[in-house]
Design a protein around this ligand. Structure first.
Ligand SMILES: Nc1ncnc2c1ncn2[C@@H]1O[C@H](COP(=O)(O)OP(=O)(O)OP(=O)(O)O)[C@@H](O)[C@H]1O
Length: 649
């Protein structure tokens, strides 16, 4: 409690306190305070401290002793008279023999202390900030007048300590705010009530191309295009104004220093400082986002267009056929589609295995997610792992950027592993892990990724035989073969030929813009008699060729059927027995000579756009396996044999 002094001497002392400290703040204030305090109290020393609770020490803010200042004075609290001040939180007075009371306080001896008077300094929440004390080398009488004066000095010290604390806090906040402004990616413009710029952050400089000093003092409309300035003013002047953060509904157009413009998304908020209203405008350049959105829209419509073109190109996305084997295949597809079971599709080349895989996907709950196809025969062995699981930047020479693998792309959907029999053994092990645990690591990464992918695989090879030969892992085989689907060869469902031929005729004639008459019964019989080693893909090619080669509107099957142009096969109008059925060896011979001829035309090259396989419109692996089966050899093949499992080119 403060007792007001009354004597004229006290008034002088008070004037000393006020005049000695009024012009000072911080360290200067404390130095003036302790010097005046010692003088008023008539003691040899006076000091004011701040309390350091972390290590229970007191650090002098100013220490006046015997006519000069002691610098950098700091001491532990325990075992000192100051401890009583801090613990009891009240004024403590030891008028005499203080050294005897605190024999362990060596500072007291060094300072030659006899008497001590100390008082704690509190912050506005009642917590101790430090203390103010005097000491003397002679006894100090307990005089009310002196104590009152001492308390007045203490009140002044407390007030300054509190002011300093607030000042420190304000400075810390300002630094925090400034680092937020400095680090923000968005442009931040602070406007005063007359909408003039008072502050900008470095991002504004980057976005606008102006130096901050060029902007300060300018009106907001200076950097906003006509309508945008009006919109901003409306948002600010609306009744109630932008109390909290508001989203400016349309985009603002910002004019850069070079007069170019960019669209910006903006938020606006207001605050009050020293009774003045300010507005904070946060601007984000959305040029790149708009460009990305347009890019996405363009890609989406291109994808849609390509999807349509693909459906048109590959024909139906529907599995045509009502023959008993096709009906049971369709029933099996519906049965398995709704589950997440792995499906293994088996069938000769061109029978429609990919179409079956697509039907499984589109009939499943995953239909809105992608079906990603991987042709295991077409990817070089060295790239296969990265193709499947992706790679990190720098994972191998040439990996200049991170790339997602097909499994990651298919997440949530289906992965279709076409020609799965061509997978090398080391990758078979990795595939098995994804099938079992749904997880993998991309090349060059230690992070395990989890995916939810349904696997549908297809092959025209005898996987069980490959397992027996040791070229396909048995565990993978069983894992894939959870639900086998066998796609019948076309020769096993000749019943479907009229339907298929008509559908392909319709498609190709539409595409070529011509008419195509229906095939005669004997032509359909001819189709049924052909063995169709290339199955439906081959039928499509034959029909297309027949329409192209037709002199009029009736397709020319005679010219279009394979082998008919290079082997003297019986022509409808020439043969004596037009219903003659070809033997298996005759058919083989036709196919053999056709393969040979394709090889001759392609100069012995199998794969590639000008390779023999492309001429027949079949995959190179199929071409190679047919060559093997029919004993067709390339000349260079006998000199330089290549593994039949990989493409030959
Ligand atoms: N049942 C069908 N109905 C209509 N078109 C079909 C049918 N089956 C296959 N096709 C068509 O035949 C062509 C070959 O089909 P697909 O590519 O699915 O065969 P595949 O068995 O996967 O061949 P490969 O083993 O050579 O990869 C495609 O153009 C496809 O649209």
């Amino acid at each position: 409690m403060t007792v007001a002094p009354t004597s004229p001497g006290d008034t002088d002392a008070l004037r000393l306190v006020i005049e000695g400290t009024v012009s000072e703040t911080g360290p200067g204030f404390f130095r003036a305070l302790v010097r005046n305090l010692a003088s008023v109290m008539g003691t040899s020393g006076a000091w004011v401290t701040e309390y350091l609770p972390d290590n229970n020490r007191l650090r002098a803010l100013a220490f006046w002793l015997n006519g000069s200042f002691l610098e950098h004075f700091e001491h532990d609290v325990p075992g000192t008279p100051c401890e009583a001040v801090l613990v009891e939180k009240r004024l403590v007075h030891y008028p005499d023999r203080v050294v005897e009371l605190y024999p362990d306080d060596t500072d007291l001896q060094t300072l030659n202390a006899v008497s001590y008077l100390g008082v704690p300094l509190f912050d506005s929440d009642g917590r101790i900030m430090g203390h103010l004390a005097v000491l003397d080398s002679k006894p100090l009488r307990k005089e009310m007048r002196l104590i009152s004066l001492f308390e007045i000095f203490a009140a002044r010290a407390s007030a300054e300590c509190r002011r300093l604390r607030i000042e420190q806090e304000v400075r810390a906040r300002e630094e925090e705010l400034s680092s937020l402004l400095q680090g923000a990616m968005d442009g931040i413009v602070v406007l005063d009530d007359s909408l003039r710029i008072v502050r900008v952050n470095p991002a504004v400089q980057r976005l606008f191309g102006y130096q901050p000093e060029q902007m300060i003092g300018q009106e907001a409309k200076w950097f906003l295009a006509g309508d945008s300035a009006k919109l901003l003013t409306e948002c600010i002047r609306q009744p109630g104004g932008p109390e909290r953060q508001v989203w400016i509904p349309s985009r603002l157009t910002v004019i850069r220093a070079d007069q170019s413009r960019f669209p910006a998304e903006a938020t606006l908020s207001s605050f009050e400082c020293r009774r003045t209203r300010f507005f904070t405008l946060i601007l984000r350049n959305i040029d790149e986002r708009i460009e990305a959105e347009q890019h996405i829209a363009r890609l989406s419509s291109e994808t849609e267009y390509l999807r349509k073109a693909l459906a048109d190109e590959t024909g139906v996305d529907e599995l045509l056929g009502n023959s008993p084997p096709m009906l049971s295949l369709k029933a099996a597809i519906q049965q398995v589609a709704t589950t997440d079971a792995t499906v293994l599709i088996h069938g000769e080349t061109g029978t429609g295995k990919e179409l079956v895989a697509r039907a499984v996907h589109t009939s499943s709950h995953r239909k809105d997610k992608p079906m990603v196809r991987v042709n295991c025969a077409a990817i070089p062995g060295s790239l296969m792992e990265s193709e499947f699981f992706g790679h990190e930047k720098g994972a191998f020479t040439g990996a200049v950027a991170k790339r997602e693998g097909r499994f990651a792309l298919a997440d949530g959907g289906t992965i279709f592993l076409d020609e799965v029999g061509e997978l090398p053994l080391d990758l078979q092990a990795k595939l098995l892990r994804v099938l079992q645990e749904g997880e993998f690591e991309s090349l060059g990464s230690v992070k395990t990724r989890k995916v939810d992918v349904r696997v549908v695989a297809a092959t025209n090879r005898d996987l069980a035989k490959m397992v027996a030969e040791g070229s396909f892992r048995e565990d993978l085989y069983y894992r894939l073969n959870v639900f086998p689907l066998a796609v019948p060869a076309l020769r096993e469902r000749t019943q479907d030929l009229p339907l298929l031929a008509a559908a392909f005729q319709e498609r190709f004639s539409r595409r070529m813009g011509c008419k195509s008459e229906a095939l005669h019964p004997e032509e359909l019989r001819r189709l049924a008699a052909y063995p169709w080693p290339g199955n439906i893909r081959e039928l499509q090619n034959v029909i297309e060729r027949a329409i192209i080669l037709a002199p009029g509107t009736h397709p020319d099957l005679v010219k279009a059927l394979p082998g008919q142009c290079c082997v003297e096969a019986p022509r409808r109008d020439e043969t004596k027995d037009e219903n003659r059925v070809l033997t298996a060896s005759e058919i083989e011979e036709i196919e053999r000579s056709n393969l040979q001829r394709a090889l001759d035309v392609a100069s012995g090259k199998v794969s590639g756009p000008k390779g023999a396989a492309a001429l027949l419109n079949i995959p190179p692996s199929t071409f190679t396996s047919r060559m093997k089966a029919l004993g067709v050899e390339r000349q260079q093949e006998s000199r330089n044999p290549v593994s039949p499992a990989r493409g030959i080119s």
